[in-house]
Design a protein. Structure first.
Length: 113
């Protein structure tokens, strides 16, 4: 499947996605740690500070998925499925590796063909 129209833009979108996937996964772990230390949601303190930061990081992760997805022609269902990985610890890291393998092989095919 080497149907990538702009390999340079796709490579940049992939790099941005990879960074955001790792950041989203790490931000989720920080949020979980804060929730555990606070003893639940809505306790204020660090949770009140980190929750909006985590939300911004997750939103940027979603944008990076949409950006990459539209460049490589993913279906909306596939994009949403990858976006949902940001809700489960460890899944953003798994998604990053799986997506990177797929897109890197497609990019290699577009450079050869």
């Amino acid at each position: 499947m080497s149907d990538i129209r702009d390999p340079g833009a796709t490579a940049r979108a992939l790099a941005f996605f990879k960074v955001m996937a790792v950041m989203s996964g790490l931000a989720l772990f920080v949020l979980i740690a804060i929730i555990i230390v606070n003893g639940g949601f809505g306790k204020g303190g660090a949770s009140a500070v980190w929750s909006p930061i985590h939300g911004l990081i997750y939103f940027t992760y979603v944008l990076s998925i949409a950006n990459l997805g539209f460049k490589v022609g993913w279906s909306l269902l596939k994009m949403v499925g990858i976006m949902l990985t940001g809700f489960v610890p460890l899944l953003p890291f798994w998604a990053e590796r799986r997506v990177a393998r797929e897109i890197e092989s497609r990019l290699a095919g577009s450079l050869v063909g």
